[in-house]
Write a protein that binds this ligand. Structure first.
Ligand code: PEP
Length: 287
């Protein structure tokens, strides 16, 4: 199509040719960076697994994922009550630790909340922020999530920033608008150097815990939109570095096709991460 456009214009349209040539030259660079993105599979345990059940799952994961496939990272995000145990049990394992939420203050009178510093002290490297369940049941806004993202980054945590449309929004054909608004709000004031190390998880709400997975093409379309948005907000070089995970009923049976879409760099897994076999199979499917 690009070439058809060139041919259909006057040959002396230098500006057009220069700008298109520039795109053609820059494309292989982006492609090279794209293929270098590590696939990251994160398990969101949600409010499952008491301390004994956590120990059982962690020990099993530790042995099944003693060595991770090349170019793949695995993260587990147990409930707060199991984080300290996870830090101990995962010693010597390549599996990284993350939390499911945090409060955006260093410390203070915020009964029952957990600070980023506390998460760091129990070995967390990642934190899930703005999960749709937090947005839905705890009324978290993009502005509040943005505050959390900034605090997480300042404490040395890598945020996994969740976005996604509801079924109603998809049916109204406003998926792009919803995701664009969420991302723009969540990354407000965050420099490129911090966004490049952050993770964005696209999780269509209608696919979470429902067994209704987005088709690989539906997911890829939104991931591409997210990358294009990041290119507009930052630059294409920054956008190419950001890990964009898909989440929503990812299972061993559908993981491979999803994880091999050009803009899908990993998965945020709920239900299927609660069993060592299925989480392991998803990690293996990333290669
Ligand atoms: C999630 O909670 O982030 C999630 C994607 O859940 P599930 O895999 O169960 O749909």
């Amino acid at each position: 199509m690009v070439f058809r456009n060139i041919l259909s214009r006057e040959s002396n349209d230098i500006h057009l040719i220069i700008s298109i040539s520039y795109n053609l030259i820059s494309y292989p660079t982006n492609q090279k960076e794209k293929t270098m993105r590590t696939k990251i599979i994160a398990g969101n345990w949600k409010m499952y697994k008491d301390i004994n059940e956590s120990a059982e799952l962690l020990n099993s994961l530790k042995s099944k994922l003693a060595v991770l496939p090349n170019g793949v990272k695995a993260i587990v995000c147990p409930p707060f009550t199991s984080l300290a145990l996870a830090k101990e049990l995962l010693k010597g394992s390549p599996i990284a630790l993350g939390a499911q939420n945090m409060y955006p203050e260093d410390e203070g009178a915020f009964t029952a909340e957990i600070s980023p510093k506390m998460l760091r002290s129990v070995g967390c490297q990642y934190v899930i922020l703005g999960h749709s369940e937090r947005r839905q049941y705890f009324h978290e806004s993009d502005e509040f999530i943005n505050k959390k993202v900034k605090k997480a980054l300042a404490a040395g945590l890598i945020p996994i920033i969740c976005v996604g449309e509801s079924l109603q929004e998809r049916e109204k054909n406003i998926t792009n608008l919803v995701v664009t608004t969420q991302i723009t709000g969540c990354v407000q004031g965050i420099p490129a150097s911090d966004i490049e190390k952050s993770i964005i998880a696209y999780e269509p709400v209608w696919a979470i815990g429902t067994g209704k997975v987005a088709t690989p093409q539906q997911a890829q379309d939104v991931h591409k939109l997210i990358r294009e948005l990041l290119a507009k907000l930052y630059s294409s070089s920054t956008a190419e570095k950001v890990t964009i995970q898909y989440g929503g009923s990812v299972k061993p049976e559908n993981a491979k096709e999803l994880l091999h879409q050009p803009d899908i760099d990993g998965a945020l897994v709920g239900g299927a991460c609660l069993k060592a076999d299925s989480f392991t199979a998803i990690v293996q499917a990333a290669v």
